[in-house]
Design a protein around this ligand. Structure first.
Ligand code: HEM
Length: 526
């Protein structure tokens, strides 16, 4: 038997070679050192921000109440902060001063919107609706149409009757409910009754929900809407690390979103039938609605007019953007007022002094109600419906505060943090409408003068529905306060009222607000 000569192996040191575990540790240490050195070098040329995790960066801040997570980080790193979301560079603006600097100079550069898996699926790819369209020719055409026709001051004025009619319908419904002793009123449900009917009247001259039967259909609509909003705000890892695209598929996101899309379209299809609308017989009293305007939209690029599919996407986005946002704002206002009964009583006294007791509040009364206006502003400050606005993206490379950023840098504007900036507001977390009584010039519709109160965002992509939302929230609140006395259901106290925010794209109140309503005005008024 021959003995194999292994001496040469010892001579070359093969016997003391490294184990698999040691190799893994060495690779890990090498990569960590490279990561640390690279991050360190990169951070020399970036605004302040927390140290990122490898690969994922700071995506974890987007889980849970992201606006609060980012607010805490900004308290440490400043009004203009840098975070790394997977592969995406991201700037976060968290103070009025930083917002001013950012938007005075870079609004146009950061006027695009990022792509997202949820929107890829919901829109089947082309992103042809106003809130999500990339900055470019198509978005500019839609936005011009929105500013000059759909949401122009003249159209807004012509819809005053619709707004008042919808509020009055729901007041009638509420009076009947209280007369039949139906128990505490689910205020979110009441507010969305007004906002969705008002919206579908504007869109298609149709009332979406029968106010006497707002049960099954409305519940299904609310459920789909809420799920769509939640999905839009969900942190989906492949939006930031595209190579991990198998994860959301494995988690079931694709089929879930497709199911949501199908259900949403089924529900609104019966209201938004563009083809039937085209053929509708219109008498001389007919008020043109959004579909009429969109069917005739003068697109100036020589291409075909908006397709029925494009019109449908636009109308759906208005329904999504314009119903829950206003309803949630009004719900927060009532939650603050029920926990501050002194302010509620003063607002009721103001209404009686200005409107009297023998008629309902009208929109023309609102400018004469300074406390009511201050309450609406203070609610929009503390509870902005879209606390992180809608994320933006740069469409070209740019230099911000001396730092260089590539195209497709994300921009998060933390409206929640900006409007609780302690260098601007004393006791920023306190509900104190009097701060706006002392400064009535601060206006959320033109907040870009000083950037302190910008619940509707600023610049080119500022909310086109701001005027409508502001008018409707004010009118709904004024009517509820003027016509009813409100109290908490038995066993609940103002101190114990749950004021938690829900984890979602819209800053919903986590627990719905249900209150007892006792009529103050005679039933004959409704
Ligand atoms: C209290 C209610 C509302 C609040 C707080 C709110 C807030 C916002 C915010 C913060 C943005 C993003 C602005 C930006 O990117 O800088 C936005 C965009 C938008 N909002 Fe509103 N909104 C409200 C109601 C409405 C209503 C009633 C409509 C009407 C349909 C509407 C339609 C839109 C649309 C279409 C956009 C996208 C604009 C674009 O990307 O060009 N919103 N809103």
């Amino acid at each position: 038997m021959s003995v194999v000569d292994t001496m040469w192996l010892e001579q070359i040191g093969w016997g003391s070679r490294k184990s698999v575990a040691e190799t893994i540790v060495a690779v890990f240490v090498t990569f960590s050192v490279i990561h640390v050195v690279r991050v360190y070098q990169r951070r020399q040329h970036l605004p302040p921000g927390p140290w990122p995790w490898p690969i994922l960066g700071h995506v974890f801040v987007l889980t849970g109440l992201a606006h609060r997570n980012l607010q805490k980080l900004a308290a440490r790193y400043g009004g203009l902060m840098y975070i790394q979301l997977g592969e995406k560079p991201c700037l976060v603006v968290s103070t009025a001063a930083a917002a001013k600097e950012m938007f005075r100079v870079h609004d146009a550069t950061f006027s695009s919107r990022p792509r997202k898996l949820v929107l890829d699926i919901l829109t089947n790819g082309p992103y042809r609706s106003l809130p999500i369209a990339p900055y470019g020719h198509y978005w500019r055409q839609l936005r011009r149409l929105a500013n000059t026709q759909l949401f122009s001051p003249a159209t807004h004025a012509s819809h005053q009757g619709i707004r008042q009619g919808e509020v009055q319908n729901m007041m009638k419904h509420l009076v009947e409910q209280t007369r039949h002793g139906a128990g505490p009123v689910d205020l979110k449900n009441w507010f969305t009754g007004v906002t969705s009917n008002n919206m579908t009247m504007m869109l298609t001259n149709n009332r979406f929900f029968d106010i006497r039967d707002m049960n099954e259909e409305k519940r299904r609509y609310d459920d789909v809407l809420r799920r769509s909003v939640d999905a839009n705000g969900a942190m989906i890892i492949s939006d930031y690390v595209p190579s991990l695209s198998f994860i959301p598929r494995w988690q079931g996101w694709h089929s879930y979103i497709l199911g949501l899309q199908r259900r949403g379209r089924e529900i609104v299809h019966k209201v938004i039938e563009v083809e039937k609308h085209r053929q509708r017989v219109k008498d001389e009293n007919y008020v043109p609605d959004f579909v009429d305007v969109l069917l005739k939209a003068p697109l100036d690029d020589g291409r075909k007019p908006l397709s029925d599919g494009d019109i449908m996407s636009l109308l759906l986005s208005f329904l999504n953007a314009g119903t829950d946002t206003s309803a949630t704002t009004a719900e927060w206002a009532m939650a603050e007022l029920i926990t501050h009964p002194g302010i509620m009583q003063k607002a009721q006294a103001e209404l009686v002094a200005v409107v009297g007791e023998d008629r309902l509040v009208q929109e023309v009364d609102i400018p004469k109600l300074p406390l009511l206006q201050a309450i609406v502003k203070e609610t929009l400050r503390l509870h902005p419906a879209a606390p992180l606005a809608i994320p933006r993206e740069s469409h070209e490379p740019c230099v911000v505060s001396g730092y260089q950023f590539p195209a497709q840098t994300l921009l998060i504007v933390n409206l929640f943090a900006i409007q609780r900036d302690p260098s601007v507001y004393e006791n920023p977390d306190e509900f104190k409408p009097s701060r706006f009584m002392e400064h009535p010039e601060v206006n959320p519709l033109t907040g870009h003068d000083d950037f302190q109160l910008i619940p509707f965002g600023v610049g080119r992509r500022m909310c086109p529905g701001a005027r409508l939302a502001h008018a409707l929230v004010s009118l709904m609140l004024a009517n509820l306060l003027h016509s009813f006395d409100w109290s908490l259901p038995e066993g609940q106290s103002a101190e114990g009222l749950d004021m938690q925010e829900a984890v979602s794209f819209i800053m919903y109140k986590d627990k719905r607000l249900c209150l007892n309503a006792k009529p103050r005005s005679p039933a004959s008024l409704y």
